[in-house]
Design a protein around this ligand. Structure first.
Ligand code: IMP
Length: 432
C-alpha cells in the first residue's frame, strides 16, 4: 500500500494531468486538495483529448473513486457542466464515483465579478493575470470567515442568511469601488437551489472516506493543481494563486494525516513556462522561446492564453524539491527540446553582485535576478517513440542526468509525448 502526492514544481502547466492519469491506474482513490477551476489538466487518451478543471482525471477509470477535498474552491456550475460532458462521452458521474467535501468552499457569482473587476482596475505591472474564475475572492472569504461551504447548500436557512449577508456586503464594494455589478440575491439563490438539487447526493465527508480507505489498505493519489512557484506562501508573491500548492496541503486540503503520505512526486517540465503576469528569471524573448511555445503547444488549458517560455530553471526545481519533500521527479515534454542545437539550465542567480541559490522572497529582487546558466549539448533526434531510457539519445540522457544532479533527486518518470503510451516509467511510486 502507498499514498502518493503529485505536485507541480514550476508555475503550473507542467503536465501533471498526464502523470496523474498514468499513476491513477495504480490508485483506488484520487483526491484534489486545493485550487479550483483555475486548473486545467489536459489528457490525451487514444487520441481523444479531455480537459478537466475540477473533477480529478481519475474519473476516466470507472472503478476508481474521485474526491474533491475541503481545500478546493468549487464552482458548482462548472462542476455540473463537466459532469454533463463526461456523461455525454458515456462516463456517467455518480455519487459512487465522486464525493465533494461538505467543507469545500463555494465560488459564488460575486467572487467572479470581484476577481474580474479588481484585475481590470489594477494598473499595468500590478495585475496578477488571474484566470478570472473567482479563486482569490473565494479563498479571501474563507479566510475572512464569510465563505459559504458546499455542505451549507443542504441547510436552506443557513444558506439564505449567509448569501443575503454576502450579497449586501459585496454589492457595496462591487458598485462603489469597482464600478461593476450589482449582483442579485434572487438570481443567485434560485440558481444555487438548482445546483443543490443536483449536487446534494455527492456532498459528504472526504476525510472520513479517506480514513476508511487507508485502513482498508487502499492506495490514494493526491492530485495537486498549479505549481510550487504559484504557492500563496512560497511562490513569487503576489503573482501567485490563492492557495497552498505544495505537498503539505494535500493533508490540510483533504483531512488526511501527514504520517500516512509515502511519496511525493514533483512534475518538472523539461523547460519552463508561465501564464499570467509576474517575474520569470529564465524567460526567453527570442526565437528559441517561440519555438518552445509552438512545439510544446504552450497555451493555457483554462484561458487559452499563450504561455511564456524559457530555459529550465534549476533553482526553481531545487526549491520545489525542498518545499515539497519530493522523492522522485517526473520530467515532462522532453520531446519538445529535440532539435535544439544547445540547451541551457540555470543553476543559480546573480543579483547586485550576490550569488543566490534559492528564489528570494522580495518580488522586486526576483524581477532583477540574472540566471547563471550552464550549457548542455542538444540532441537532434525525435524521441516520441522511445520507451526505454537506454534508447534515448546520449545527449538527452545527459540532460536528464544533469537534472538529477542539480536537484539531488532521482527521475521516476520521463514523458516523451502527450499520449499515455509516450512514457518511460523508471520507477512506480505505488510499487515499493
Ligand atoms: P488565479 O488562480 O486565477 O487567481 O490566478 C493567479 C495566477 O495563477 C495567475 O498568474 C494564473 O495565470 C496562475 N494560475 C492559476 N491556475 C493556474 C494553472 O492551473 N496553471 C498555470 N497557472 C495558473
Amino acid at each position: 500500500m502507498a499514498n502518493v502526492v503529485i505536485v507541480g514544481t514550476q508555475w503550473g502547466d507542467e503536465g501533471k494531468g498526464k502523470v496523474v492519469d498514468l499513476l491513477t491506474r495504480h490508485a483506488d482513490y484520487i483526491v484534489r486538495f486545493q485550487g479550483g477551476n483555475n486548473a486545467g489538466h489536459t489528457l490525451v487518451v487514444e487520441g481523444k483529448q479531455f480537459i478537466f478543471h475540477l473533477i480529478p482525471s481519475g474519473i476516466l477509470y470507472p472503478e476508481k473513486k474521485c474526491l474533491i477535498g475541503n481545500g478546493v474552491v468549487l464552482d458548482p456550475g462548472v462542476l455540473l457542466a463537466e459532469m454533463q460532458e463526461l456523461a455525454e462521452s458515456g462516463l456517467a458521474v455518480t455519487p459512487k464515483r465522486l464525493t465533494i467535501s461538505a467543507n469545500s468552499h463555494l465560488i459564488m457569482p460575486y467572487h467572479i465579478q470581484l476577481d474580474l473587476g479588481s484585475e481590470a482596475k489594477m494598473k499595468q505591472g500590478q495585475k496578477i493575470g488571474t484566470t478570472g474564475r473567482g479563486i482569490g475572492p473565494c479563498y479571501g472569504d474563507k479566510i475572512n470567515r464569510r465563505g459559504i461551504k458546499a455542505g451549507e447548500l443542504l441547510d436552506a436557512d443557513l444558506f439564505r442568511d449567509k448569501l443575503a449577508a454576502n450579497v449586501a456586503e459585496k454589492n457595496i464594494f462591487l458598485t462603489q469601488i469597482l464600478g461593476v455589478g450589482p449582483v442579485s440575491f434572487d438570481t443567485i439563490y434560485a440558481q444555487y437551489q438548482e445546483y443543490t438539487e443536483k449536487l446534494a447526493p455527492f456532498i459528504g465527508d472526504v476525510s472520513v472516506e479517506l480514513d476508511v480507505a487507508r485502513k482498508a489498505g487502499r492506495q490514494i493519489l493526491f492530485e495537486g493543481a498549479q505549481g510550487t512557484q504559484l504557492d500563496i506562501d512560497h511562490g513569487t508573491y503576489p503573482f501567485v494563486t490563492s492557495s497552498n500548492t505544495v505537498a503539505g496541503n494535500a493533508c490540510i486540503g483533504s483531512g488526511f494525516g501527514p504520517a500516512h503520505i509515502d511519496t511525493v512526486i514533483g512534475i518538472l517540465k523539461a523547460y519552463t513556462t508561465r501564464v499570467g503576469e509576474g517575474p520569470f528569471p529564465t524567460e526567453l524573448f527570442d526565437e528559441v522561446g517561440d519555438q518552445l511555445q509552438r512545439k510544446g503547444g504552450e497555451f493555457g488549458a483554462t484561458t487559452g492564453r499563450k504561455r511564456r517560455c524559457g530555459w529550465l530553471d534549476g533553482v526553481v526545481a531545487r526549491d520545489a524539491v525542498r518545499l515539497n519533500g519530493i522523492n522522485g521527479l517526473a520530467i515532462t515534454k522532453l520531446d519538445v527540446l529535440s532539435g535544439q542545437p544547445e540547451l541551457q539550465i540555470s543553476t543559480a542567480y546573480e543579483e547586485g553582485g550576490e550569488r543566490l541559490s534559492a528564489m528570494p522572497g522580495n518580488i522586486r529582487r526576483v524581477a532583477r535576478l540574472q540566471p547563471i546558466y550552464e550549457k548542455l549539448a542538444g540532441w537532434q533526434e525525435e524521441i516520441r517513440h522511445v520507451r526505454h531510457l537506454d534508447d534515448l539519445p546520449a545527449k538527452a540522457r545527459a540532460y536528464v542526468q544533469r537534472i538529477e544532479e542539480i536537484t539531488e533527486t532521482p527521475v521516476f518518470i520521463l514523458s516523451v509525448g502527450p499520449d499515455r503510451e509516450e512514457t518511460i516509467l523508471l520507477r512506480n511510486p505505488f510499487v515499493k
